[in-house]
Ligand binder design. Structure first.
Ligand code: PSU
Ligand code: MN
Length: 304
């Protein structure tokens, strides 16, 4: 049984020892509306290529774990309805049943590690939801960062989450949270969460060295690089606070929970900001793809 399927472009890059950056697919199927999602997915891949690395968008298609998607596959996935959102818990079941699903941060990390890819760029990771003290809703992305050795570049955790609790859990799990080029933790649509990040690094080469150092020390798990959204694209925290509060209330009123919560909140915030949240989302994802490519190139140089 073939478990993996490498796209020709990714296979060639890996064979030639060129840097590769993993990309997730849940952001395409559940994080952004059609048809912008397809355009953005293509742009992200383009930015990785411009940065000197090969993009490997990861998804499960008809039971096969695809590392790198052909453009037609990307297009099909972007407009598909009812695609499964796969995390650590459901990845194997989806594959065993020969079905199709999009990979979250956790599942993409698992696939990247198996494929030998050290760097993964995305928008935001999942975290501890507001009200987790009663709902217990903590994303599987957090424990994944503790066990799977992949460096994940994100724009911090989404402001829809409880950021102080998310930081606490990451600390408990021993996950390095590294703000890139600033002291404060970025909060996805805004450059600062109003909280200091535990760690700060200012260049891709140091991040790549820290990635390798964890391996040398025999530490499992990855690193979270929190890359602030470009200033021109940021939505100030005060503008977003009432929108997030409203979206969270709507979710509670409609009984939205579990896997459906993150996609619901993102969609609701998109509606409430009349698309402004998506523009910011695009800018930060592209920015993360750029940094991801840079780190992957440095990692490649260090390993050579
Ligand atoms: N950030 C976004 N859009 C998304 C996600 C994160 O801007 O769609 C997705 C990622 O795939 C992440 C997942 O891994 O949401 C987390 O979902 P949950 O909170 O259910 O673990
Ligand atoms: Mn959850």
């Amino acid at each position: 049984m073939t478990i993996f399927h490498f796209s020709p472009a990714v296979a060639e890059a890996m064979h030639a020892g060129r840097p590769v950056v993993a990309l997730e697919s849940t952001i395409i199927t559940h994080g952004m509306p059609w048809p912008q999602n397809l355009d953005i997915a293509r742009q992200v891949e383009g930015v990785v290529r411009d940065g000197g690395a090969e993009p490997a968008t990861i998804a499960v298609i008809d039971g096969r774990l695809c590392v790198g998607l052909e453009d037609t596959q990307l297009e099909t996935l972007a407009q598909a309805r009812g695609v499964a959102k796969l995390s650590r818990a459901d990845l194997a079941v989806c594959m065993a049943e020969g079905r199709t699903g999009a990979t979250t941060v956790a599942a993409t990390m698992i696939a990247a590690r198996l494929a030998g890819i050290g760097v993964f760029a995305t928008g935001g990771i999942g975290g501890v939801h507001r009200g987790a003290e009663t709902s217990f809703d903590v994303s599987a992305d957090l424990p994944e960062l503790a066990v799977t050795p992949v460096t994940v570049v994100a724009a911090g955790a989404k402001a829809i989450l409880d950021l102080p609790k998310t930081l606490e859990v990451l600390e408990t799990l021993g996950v390095p949270v590294i703000a890139y080029g600033q002291d404060m933790l970025p909060a996805f649509w805004s450059r600062s969460a109003g909280l200091r990040a535990p760690l700060r690094m200012d260049d891709a080469a140091s991040i790549a060295r820290a990635h390798l150092m964890r391996g040398t020390l025999g530490l499992p798990g990855g690193q979270l690089v929190a890359n602030p959204i470009p200033e021109a694209a940021e939505i100030p925290r005060d503008d977003l606070a009432p929108v997030i509060a409203r979206a969270s209330r709507d979710a509670a009123d409609h009984g939205i929970a579990g896997k459906a919560l993150t996609p619901y909140l993102l969609q609701r915030i998109f509606e409430l900001t009349e698309g402004r949240s998506l523009d910011a989302n695009v800018a930060l994802v592209l920015n993360n793809a750029r940094l991801g490519a840079e780190i992957a190139c440095e990692l490649n140089t260090l390993r050579a």
